[in-house]
Design a protein around this ligand. Structure first.
Ligand SMILES: [Mg+2]
Length: 403
């Protein structure tokens, strides 16, 4: 089956985000609609243009121009300093919004990512309509526009998102490569730098199509082992995978030594519940979501055993995590007294993911998060053991009765 990859790219990210930041802070005018640039320190002569408005672009101001030369091109120019913490926040919000639809997102830079749509297409349907929907959602909820490129691989998706801007969606499927990619000048081939394209032009290669049809063998003496990948990319061929793992940090865990050796599964579950609450609290403090749940135990003869499971969705909810902990634990054989027990959360991401589209499950998740939030606040205020959810309290009082 053919892959479907989307490349989502914020239009003029730094300028758009600064505009939002300024509007949020009471500014009356939108710098996107005036002669404005985001620039480094003006007092230091090194200051350069990091981003420019469309009006500035029309006057010939380019990214990486010195502020000095930009002002010569446009005396009315206003320069705004970058606000990187705010950019990061906006970036995170966008990836977070997208990862609700798919865990297979590769963050390529602060303002762009790839989404492996093929894997979730059966949930959301037509790629173009889906792209329209998320483009609108980003605009409505976050206030900025993105371009989206849709294709059968990363290279073509990236190229497509660059076709024309802003707020556009372009496709560049395999069958469209000849029509849409081949006429472009060779300089526009992604990954083909200035020096490479200069060399290619010496071969009479002016367009991407020229390169696509060129004899690879005759390029080999100059480009060595880059010759084949170059010609392949001109033909729109690319096999790179969407690597969502790259931004997944290390796990969080906790284990406790029990006051006595315990073999009773129900009793052990009470401890697991307590541990899960605490690791989930740490997870939420770090604003992370976990895919994998691992239960570890040590028997009285010091043998260590662990068992784990990867969830379909990443979560930070105590209830959901405990459900998986319980499942994993009940699959473990307990034939002797346990002296140590622990829970570990792995495959952490910065974003919650939701599989499926059932509405009631969204609402349930929302309710649980609110409850978790309230409990976290209480725990921070009054200490870790003071408050438990009703389900935990029931079990605890049951245990008390037993005593
Ligand atoms: Mg961008």
């Amino acid at each position: 089956m053919k892959r479907i990859i989307m490349h989502i790219d914020v239009n003029n990210a730094f300028l758009s985000w600064s505009a939002i930041d300024l509007l949020n802070n009471g500014s009356k005018y939108d710098i996107r609609k005036s002669y404005a640039v985001i620039g480094g320190d003006e007092k230091k002569r090194r200051g350069i243009v990091l981003a420019k408005s469309i009006a500035c672009k029309k006057l010939g101001i380019k990214t990486a121009d010195t502020l000095y030369s930009a002002k010569q091109k446009c005396p009315a120019l206003r320069v705004f300093p970058p606000n990187f913490p705010f950019y990061k926040e906006m970036s995170k919000k966008m990836f977070s919004l997208l990862s609700v639809y798919s865990p297979d997102i590769e963050v390529a830079s602060i303002d762009e990512c790839y989404l492996d749509y093929g894997k979730v297409q059966n949930l959301y349907g037509d790629p173009f309509l889906f792209a329209k929907k998320i483009q609108k959602q980003i605009f409505d909820e976050l206030g900025f526009t993105v371009n989206i490129g849709i294709a059968n691989n990363k290279l073509c998706a990236k190229m497509a998102s660059d076709f024309s801007k802003p707020y556009k969606i372009h496709t560049l499927y395999e069958e469209e490569v000849e029509e849409k990619l081949y006429p472009l000048p060779i300089e526009e081939l992604y990954g083909c730098g200035k020096r490479t394209s200069e060399k290619l032009r010496k071969f009479g290669i002016k367009t991407i199509g020229d390169l696509a049809h060129f004899d690879v063998e005759s390029l080999k003496p100059i480009f060595k082992n880059m010759a084949v990948p170059l010609v392949e990319s001109a033909r729109g061929i690319n096999r790179d995978l969407v690597c969502s793992e790259a931004w997944i940090p290390k796990g969080i865990g906790n284990e406790i030594t029990l006051p006595k050796d315990i073999q009773d599964k129900n009793e052990l579950l009470l401890y697991l519940r307590e541990i899960t609450e605490n690791v989930a609290l740490r997870l939420r403090k770090q604003k992370k979501y976990a895919y994998t749940v691992c239960v570890t135990l040590k028997t009285k003869d010091f043998k260590r055993r662990s068992h784990q499971k990867k969830r379909k969705n990443a979560t930070d909810g105590t209830e959901e995590l405990y459900e998986t902990v319980r499942e994993v634990f009940l699959e473990m054989q307990i034939e002797e007294g346990v002296r140590l027990i622990g829970v570990r959360l792995d495959h952490l991401t910065d974003y919650r993911t939701i599989q499926g589209t059932l509405f009631d499950s969204f609402e349930q998740i929302d309710d649980h998060s609110k409850l978790d939030e309230a409990i976290d606040t209480m725990k921070r205020k009054y200490g870790i053991k003071v408050i438990k959810k009703a389900s935990a309290v029931e079990k605890v009082s049951f245990e008390n009765r037993k005593d």
